[in-house]
Design a protein around this ligand. Sequence first.
Ligand SMILES: Nc1nc2c(c(=O)[nH]1)N=C([C@H](O)[C@H](O)COP(=O)(O)OP(=O)(O)OP(=O)(O)O)CN2
Ligand SMILES: [Zn+2]
Length: 141
Amino acid sequence: MIQQLYPQTNHSFRYELNKDMHLAAAHFIDHQSAGVCQEMHGHTYFINMTIAGNDLDEIGFLVDFKQLKSLIHSRFDHTVMNNHPEFKGVFPTTERIAEKIWGIVQAHLDTLAHSPRCLQVFVRETPTSYVVYRPLAEDFR
Ligand SMILES: Nc1nc2c(c(=O)[nH]1)N=C([C@H](O)[C@H](O)COP(=O)(O)OP(=O)(O)OP(=O)(O)O)CN2
Ligand SMILES: [Zn+2]
């Protein structure tokens, strides 16, 4: 939830940035074990991402907050998660959504010369359910 406190990541980078955003999206989990979630339904996803690094760009940004929002919000807001290529062959569970968001964000960070890293993606799907995705060391380029 925006302005809530999030789980902390342990690291020794000089800078840490957090970006909150929320988006409305629909999904369904097309598996018989998913019960009522097999039917198309909607959520307001609350997302927080944690970026860290030792250096800033020439403006003094670790990464532009607006760019982070644009990467995720403009892609997924008011869409059906199942329709995105990221979810071809995998169900858009909260876990997978967090993992895919990490991949999209880190792919952008990999283009930046000062090498910031996305250390954590938090995705709240309902008022009572959320996932935290933290990459392993080998997940970074
Ligand atoms: N590990 C996961 N379990 C479930 C997921 C998921 O993504 N990962 N998703 C769902 C459903 O999509 C559903 O939208 C969320 O379920 P739930 O939190 O149970 O929703 P409620 O609002 O009914 O929760 P209450 O705490 O009972 O009010 C299911 N499981
Ligand atoms: Zn759902």
